[in-house]
Design a protein around this ligand. Structure first.
Ligand code: C5P
Length: 331
């Protein structure tokens, strides 16, 4: 039996980088949001042994370095299952795009494998396996709006808000996340050096900053940044948008990535000119997104950006409930 599962993308609604930790990872704070764009992952289990990855996209590794391979090994082990696992990835999402496609593919493979084997793992175990494979995986076990702390792997489900129309711009260039973190460190070091090592992004300053960000995020999420604002038509979706704009959340990776690839800043500006209420780089990029007040506004903007030669797609955010409902293809 082959089980096909949709592997949804994510965006980051703000991303703040803190100090580099002893384990080499960076402390961070972010709000992840799953969106409707997706790949499809097909999994089958036959007699035999081993794991085979298939994908038409030559940029996707087919060996044991593939996140799907790494998760399948762990899931088979945890379920004490045996057999030959074949995982086929139908790629639509960009590689190294900042939308967590490889991470999402792996979690989709885990969901599909559970179904193919007709055996379930407890959610806590799925989160543990996901975190062992990569920082960006656990969010996809939960889906919807998710608070990410630690190295991004410690995730907390936030209240599901209605879908927000959006436009995604997918530049051809990819960005390596580890390299973006290294560049961030180099810049933080330079800042510290320039100011005599006291006022740069030293570990203690970085953690103070993350604490402040944590307070700002919880204020935003609890709605207290919406002080005095009248309730909007569109409910929480309208609020989410206006709260975002008002809270002025930002993605620290923009500082690094925009100076290395200035065209990406131009694309962010193009999104704002096309009517986005809020535009940002997603993760370490290169994908940019804009949030819109209406689906028709998003469609018009995507068409306008396409005319400018950009790979723009109108889509929307995806709630946890919707993600769970539409996970399995053909249901
Ligand atoms: O966890 P993941 O395998 O996705 O991380 C890839 C790389 O990105 C890590 O090896 C590390 O260099 C960097 N990273 C980081 N801090 C994080 C997440 C990732 O430095 N919070």
């Amino acid at each position: 039996m082959t089980v096909a599962v949709r592997s949804f993308a994510k965006i980051n609604l703000g991303l703040y980088i803190g100090a580099k930790r002893a384990d080499g990872f960076h402390d961070l704070r972010t709000v992840y949001q799953t969106i409707a764009l997706h790949d499809v992952v097909r999994v089958s289990v036959a007699r035999g042994t081993g794991i085979e990855i298939r994908c038409d996209d030559s940029r996707v590794p087919l060996d044991s370095s593939n996140t799907c391979y790494r998760i399948a090994e762990r899931v088979m082990d945890a379920l004490q299952a045996s057999g030959r696992v074949t995982i086929e990835i139908e790629k639509d999402l960009p590689v190294q795009g900042g939308m967590g496609a490889a991470s999402s593919n792996a979690v989709a493979a885990m969901f599909a494998l559970e179904r193919a084997l007709k055996k379930r793992l407890p959610t806590a175990k799925k989160l543990q396996i996901a975190a062992a494979v990569g920082s960006d995986l656990p969010l996809f076990v939960i889906g919807g709006t998710v608070l990410g702390v630690g190295r991004g792997e410690e995730v907390y489900p936030l209240a599901d808000s209605p879908a927000v129309p959006m436009v995604v711009v997918m530049p051809e260039v990819g960005v390596s996340t580890p390299k973006a973190f290294t560049e961030w460190d180099a810049r933080a070091g330079e800042d510290a050096g320039r100011s005599g090592g006291t006022s740069g992004l030293t570990p203690s300053r970085a953690s103070d900053r993350l604490f402040e960000v944590g307070c700002a995020l919880s204020a935003w999420l609890s709605g207290s940044t919406n002080l005095g604002a009248p309730a909007r038509a569109g409910g929480r979706a309208g609020n989410l948008l206006s709260d975002l704009v008002r809270a002025g959340i930002r993605n620290d990776f923009e500082q690094v990535v925009f100076s290395q690839i200035p065209e990406l800043l131009d694309m962010k500006r193009a999104l704002v000119r096309a009517g986005a209420k809020y535009a940002s780089l997603s993760g370490s990029g290169s994908t940019l997104y804009g949030l819109f007040g209406s689906a028709s506004g998003a469609t018009k903007a995507a068409n306008r950006l396409k005319k400018q030669g950009l790979a723009a797609v109108a889509t929307r955010t995806l709630t946890r409930r919707e993600m769970n409902r539409s996970l399995v293809v053909g249901r």
